[in-house]
Design a protein around this ligand. Structure first.
Ligand code: HEC
Ligand code: HEC
Ligand code: HEC
Ligand code: HEC
Ligand code: HEC
Length: 419
């Protein structure tokens, strides 16, 4: 009996190792491409340049954003192909029906990873290359969604209650299954905000609003307001919507994130200082890093993103005498079950401290610290065969303190050390 059970367990685990689990559940919110029938003639083929013929500045900003590269991005392409070119990835990276070479007719499995597909005569490959295009956020059932409720547009407009509703389609991924043990779902940006917000926020998934029709199954919860995505990612700017139109309060269409060093720097407050000096002249340095600029964890999004912290103590000739390295990352075990192992990223407003002791006697001449942001690890880059032409990591903080006789006699910041 025991033998049979052990054998069954062995077979099960073996199968799980060979055939790893899908990292998320395709839920109704994004399981169906956005339908684009009944497009009013003024909107043409729904392409960004067509919208941009009137909304010039919005087009120019969007072009610089990662949304416009959600399909062409070479990192996405390498990752997607490495993971077996799953059709489900298209549901967020190219969410419009006519961006998909094949139509989704239904699903064969409950996780919705096995779609029933049919050729799509409306497929538009130029539109596919636009990734998360204007229409992905703005077009629904013949109308353009917007918060202003303007009556001056040549196209039908439908009033959107809260701009943050738009983000929830793609920036929430659930992982809820009996055999999955996530603290946060993969790409847990929204869950992270809720976990660390000071007031218990409304649940965007529970919804206060309905769903927007049978086609797309999106959540139009009216209380996603507390997420404030657009406050930080789409700053306000006064300008006309179209050249020569009235000036209105609008939002920038830039969506800066992990690809922008300035944006990542704006999330962090960092201090590196000497905190104490012992009678034997050994010195204690402390680095404090806080996430003061982002409502979610830093980094957020795909678990590939991480921060590294490096300390180096060098002698006068620059030789490394002492080193200390840390990684701030979310580690997930993928097989045989999905389990959140460790999360050393930075929740909002919870400072992280690292200490480094430099012995008094010896040749130490300087101590330096560097914090770097990584879009993905070098090992992963090689594994998926992503030949990057832009750096996959960059510094967000650097400081060097000289320990020479001159500086050694400088007054030490006055926090007393132990003893
Ligand atoms: C022929 C010109 C033209 C085209 C093409 C056009 N728009 Fe507009 N749009 C306008 C004008 C004019 C307004 C109203 C401006 C105002 O009220 O200040 C407007 C308003 C809007 C608004 C604001 C709605 C609100 O009430 O909040 C959005 C959003 C918008 N357009 C998006 C788009 C998108 C996306 C496309 C392409 C699918 C597009 N537009 C194509 C001219 C155009
Ligand atoms: C249709 C799906 C979709 C919607 C809707 C959407 N996003 Fe995204 N977003 C993506 C995808 C896909 C990427 C990744 C693109 C890439 O790097 O290849 C992304 C990337 C980002 C990034 C990271 C940029 C970087 O530098 O890596 C930010 C920030 C962002 N989105 C904010 C928002 C906000 C705010 C909203 C709501 C106004 C929103 N997104 C709505 C799909 C979407
Ligand atoms: C990732 C989602 C997303 C994409 C892609 C996107 N927009 Fe928007 N857009 C929004 C949101 C959210 C608002 C509402 C901002 C607010 O609260 O005023 C908005 C507002 C607007 C407005 C009204 C002015 C304003 O800021 O409220 C215009 C016009 C507009 N977008 C045009 C475009 C055009 C043209 C494109 C493509 C080149 C585009 N948008 C792409 C999310 C998006
Ligand atoms: C208080 C400001 C703030 C709010 C609110 C906020 N963000 Fe961010 N976000 C940031 C900052 C700063 C960064 C850059 C640091 C980082 O990458 O974590 C960032 C980074 C990101 C990234 C980049 C991750 C990557 O993979 O490169 C995404 C995606 C993102 N935010 C999405 C969202 C979404 C979606 C919401 C709403 C649910 C939101 N943010 C709310 C400030 C904010
Ligand atoms: C529910 C929507 C959704 C689905 C489905 C989805 N993605 Fe994404 N993807 C995003 C969003 C949003 C981002 C940007 C924020 C982040 O880093 O999480 C992103 C970012 C990425 C990035 C990082 C891009 C960069 O430039 O750094 C890669 C790679 C990626 N996705 C691959 C995939 C693959 C492969 C699949 C299918 C297995 C997939 N995605 C399915 C929403 C989605």
């Amino acid at each position: 009996m025991v033998g049979v059970l052990l054998l069954a367990l062995g077979v099960f685990l073996g199968w799980r190792f060979l055939r790893p689990m899908n990292i998320f559940v395709v839920d109704d919110r994004f399981a169906w491409p956005i339908t684009s029938e009944q497009v009013p003639p003024v909107l043409g083929g729904l392409s960004a340049p067509e919208c941009g013929a009137c909304h010039t500045r919005f087009l120019a900003e969007w072009r610089t954003s990662m949304h416009s590269q959600a399909w062409t991005d070479p990192y996405f392409q390498a990752d997607w192909q490495f993971e077996g070119s799953e059709p489900s990835c298209r549901l967020c990276h190219t969410p419009l029906d006519r961006q998909q070479p094949r139509k989704v007719l239904g699903y064969r499995d409950t996780d919705k990873w096995d779609p029933i597909l049919a050729d799509n005569p409306d497929f538009d490959s130029a539109l596919q290359h636009e990734g998360v295009s204007c229409a992905a956020c703005h077009y629904r059932e013949g109308k353009i969604l917007g918060v202003l409720g303007t009556t001056d547009a040549p196209h039908p407009v439908q009033r959107l209650e809260d701009p943050n509703q738009v983000c929830v389609r793609c920036h929430v991924v659930e992982g809820d299954r009996w055999d999955t043990f996530f603290r946060f779902p993969p790409c847990g940006t929204v869950a992270e905000i809720r976990a660390t917000s000071t007031r218990p926020g409304p649940d965007p998934m529970a919804g206060g609003g309905g769903r927007d029709g049978p086609g797309s199954g999106e959540i139009l919860a009216s209380d996603v307001r507390g997420l404030h995505c657009v406050s930080c990612h789409m700053p306000l700017v006064e300008r006309p919507l179209v050249e020569g139109g009235p000036v209105r309060t609008t939002r920038r269409h830039l969506w800066r994130g992990g690809h922008d060093p300035q944006m990542v720097k704006s999330a962090l407050s960092v201090a590196f200082e000497e905190v104490s000096r012992a009678p034997d002249r050994s010195r204690l340095f402390q680095l404090t890093i806080s996430n003061t600029g982002a409502a979610h964890y830093v980094p957020t999004g795909t678990p590939d993103r991480h921060l590294t912290v490096r300390f180096r103590v060098r002698d006068a000739r620059g030789m490394v005498l002492q080193e200390q390295d840390h990684t701030l990352v979310r580690s997930v075990m993928w097989r045989p079950f999905i389990v959140d192992l460790r999360d050393t990223r930075l929740p909002r407003g919870q400072p992280r401290r690292f200490q480094l002791e430099v012995p008094g006697e010896g040749a130490a001449a300087s101590v330096e610290v560097e914090i770097r942001y990584h879009l993905l690890a070098e090992s992963r880059r090689r594994r998926i065969g992503y030949a990057n032409t832009t750096p996959i990591d960059y510094p967000v903080f650097r400081q060097r303190v000289l320990l020479g006789p001159g500086s050694a006699d400088r007054p030490v910041p006055s926090r007393p050390g132990p003893g």
